[in-house]
Design a protein around this ligand. Structure first.
Ligand code: ATP
Ligand code: MG
Length: 252
């Protein structure tokens, strides 16, 4: 069964149809790419999927549930987590605490237990520390757990964003240009990390990316957007050899 099913998703800003009749089906466990020239509507699709914008038309189903029109927080609880094109970490918090923010979806203590530091507070905090460190290890960030997020180099901040998104235990992870600003070595490591996350966290991943090496290296299927509309979609090899896709990119 498809994990994500989107039908006829459309949104306009003023006179601009930023996303026009967008359809996609992503199966559980898939590594799926959303590509297209600048301004094609890719980030807007993520904003629609995560409830930042409400669509003018269309239906979004996650794991058989209609999540169209839900608020961002409800969509996160339903199982979609994302990273942002412009990194949005809590820069004044430690690396560890950034991940713990994500964990609050699944670890709870009451306000009163928190304020009075009751035993439940310490128990839950300890469990969260343990889980957050496990996640940081995956991204080789455990050695920097106490650093301020803002003090991490750029490539590591991008990894921390993914760790924080994973902490919410999503079914679907959306990555908006995870390799942006990375050098080729960092991009190579990121590809390994994304594959690891898919395989070891049983994750389904939809990623937006301009780096064609990364796209062709890890995505099994692609959807190409151009001027808000789907140009083509299907298996990665055939999509990247499609002359229309090549023209869309050269015309950038
Ligand atoms: N809130 C908004 N108000 C008005 N226009 C918007 C808004 N959000 C996006 N747009 C417009 O929608 C179009 C698609 O933008 P979007 O950010 O989705 O492109 P993108 O494919 O992610 O591009 P890039 O590769 O440069 O990140 C652009 O023309 C953009 O200016
Ligand atoms: Mg974008």
């Amino acid at each position: 069964m498809s994990l994500l099913e989107v039908k006829n998703l459309t949104i306009s800003f003023g006179g601009l149809r930023a996303v026009d009749d967008f359809n996609i089906e992503i199966k559980k466990g898939q590594l799926y790419g959303l590509i297209g020239p600048n301004g094609a509507g890719k980030t807007t699709v993520f904003n629609l999927l995560t409830g930042v914008y409400k669509p003018d038309e269309g239906i979004i189903s996650l794991d058989g549930h209609n999540i169209t029109g839900l608020k961002t927080i409800e969509i996160n609880k339903a199982g979609i987590a994302r990273t942002f094109q412009n990194i949005r970490l809590f820069k004044e918090l430690s690396v560890l605490d950034n991940v713990k923010v994500g964990l609050h979806n699944h670890y709870h203590y009451s306000t009163i237990e928190g304020i009075l530091r009751l035993p439940k507070y310490y128990k839950v905090e300890k469990e969260m520390d343990k889980r957050a460190m496990e996640l940081l290890k995956v991204f080789e960030l455990d050695g920097e757990a106490d650093y301020l997020a803002s003090n991490l180099p750029y490539g590591k901040q991008r990894k921390l964003e993914i760790a924080r998104a994973l902490a919410t235990e999503p079914k679907l992870l959306l990555l908006d240009e995870p390799a942006a600003g990375m050098n080729p070595n960092e991009t190579g490591e990121l590809m390994d990390t994304i594959r690891f996350v898919r395989d070891n966290f049983d994750m389904t991943i939809l990623l937006i990316e301009h780096d064609m090496k990364l796209v062709s290296g890890i995505c099994e299927e692609l959807t190409v957007l151009n001027f808000g509309r789907i140009l083509t979609q299907g298996e990665t090899g055939s999509v990247l050899n499609n002359p229309q896709v090549i023209t869309a990119y050269l015309g950038e």
